[in-house]
Design a protein around this ligand. Structure first.
Ligand code: UDP
Ligand code: MG
Length: 314
């Protein structure tokens, strides 16, 4: 394929220490791509893997000349930044994202493309019978619910990365310079005619999830702060409510003092109330800090990711 030839479908896959999964991925993905009867390309992003992932990806570049590109990052910048870099490197009219660990079956790609052909610009997915630890499934349900309420977006499964986007959407995403983001939510913002379909989901057979509990929490903070100011407004409302209640309580104490006399007991009640208010204050400072930290990150204007080299790009 030459640089001038039109690409119909690009598949973008972030890879972080996936040496165990990659051989099986290649074995299943490439026959699906060949079977599409379209011009295709696959863009892998090596997100700072420390194992043999890069070597395996480069073998693929050799094997499918002009069809496989590898964007090699100079460190670990996270799944969403990897996808952003993959978007910039891809040329397809339709862009599909998926994970490298085969939790998203490549065999579902034609179904996503069908939806784009029907005129949808974003094809979201819902994992049918999701095969993940129970704690993650419950946490996701809560996160999906809260995020929908807070952001006003309406997605049923934020976490499933097997998704398809029309070129127009990816071009819009490429114009966004933000340094923390969440791709499915961003795409949903720009979508005119989105659709969600159910897709199969498998257990991770090889390797481990790259998300620790702490990283998952950070990711969800990114999601909420990038798409909503509702937490800040909630802090203000909470402040107003607490101040109002305190005022009522002071009036009550004043009247009590005039009627019954001064109050001396109740040290522990006072302490409990104080600790409670201290907790609320720290929580509110924390929320404000989440936003300030992100402003700080934006104004430093450091590169969002650093590319070592792009392989397979003519
Ligand atoms: N990933 C990445 N950079 C990271 C973490 C993950 O590129 O910092 C990739 C990973 O290799 C995989 C995809 O993102 O292709 C999803 O990661 P994982 O399967 O660990 O997430 P989970 O399925 O547990 O949500
Ligand atoms: Mg996974």
């Amino acid at each position: 394929m030459t640089g001038s030839k039109k690409v119909d479908v690009s598949v973008v896959i972030p890879v972080y220490n996936e040496e165990e999964s990659l051989p099986a991925l290649f074995e299943r993905l490439f026959p699906v791509m060949e079977g599409l009867g379209k011009n295709w390309e696959v863009v892998f992003i090596n997100d700072g893997s420390k194992d043999r992932s890069l070597g395996l990806l480069l073998e693929c570049v050799e094997k499918y000349p002009g069809k496989v590109k590898v964007v090699d990052f100079n460190g670990n910048f996270g799944q969403h930044m990897a996808i952003i870099a993959g978007f910039s490197a891809s040329r397809g009219e339709v862009i599909v994202t998926m994970d490298a660990d085969l939790q998203n079956p490549p065999e579902e790609i034609p179904r996503l493309l069908e939806q784009i052909e029907k005129g949808h610009d974003v094809v979201g997915t819902i994992r049918k019978f999701r095969q993940d630890p129970i704690f993650r499934k419950i946490a996701s349900k809560i996160v999906n619910f809260i995020t929908n309420k807070i952001t006003g977006l309406n997605l049923h499964d934020y976490g499933c990365m097997l998704r398809a986007y029309h070129r127009r959407i990816v071009d819009l995403i490429n114009e966004c310079p933000e340094s923390t983001t969440f791709i499915p939510a961003l795409a949903q913002k720009f979508a005119v005619n989105p659709v969600e379909i159910e897709v199969k989901h498998s257990e991770r057979v090889q390797g481990k999830s790259k998300y620790s509990l702490f990283r998952l929490i950070r990711l969800n903070f990114d999601l909420i702060t990038s798409f909503s100011m509702a937490p800040l407004q909630a802090v203000t409302m909470l402040g107003i409510i607490v101040a109002g209640l305190s005022l009522l309580f002071s009036i009550f104490l004043l009247i009590r003092r005039l009627v019954v006399g001064p109050e001396a007991e109740g040290l522990f009640t006072l302490m409990t109330i104080n600790f409670f208010l201290l907790g609320i204050t720290m929580f509110c400072i924390g929320i404000t800090g989440e936003y300030i930290g992100r402003i700080h990150q934006e104004i430093r204007r450091r590169p969002r990711f650093i590319i070592n080299k792009v392989y397979g790009d003519e």
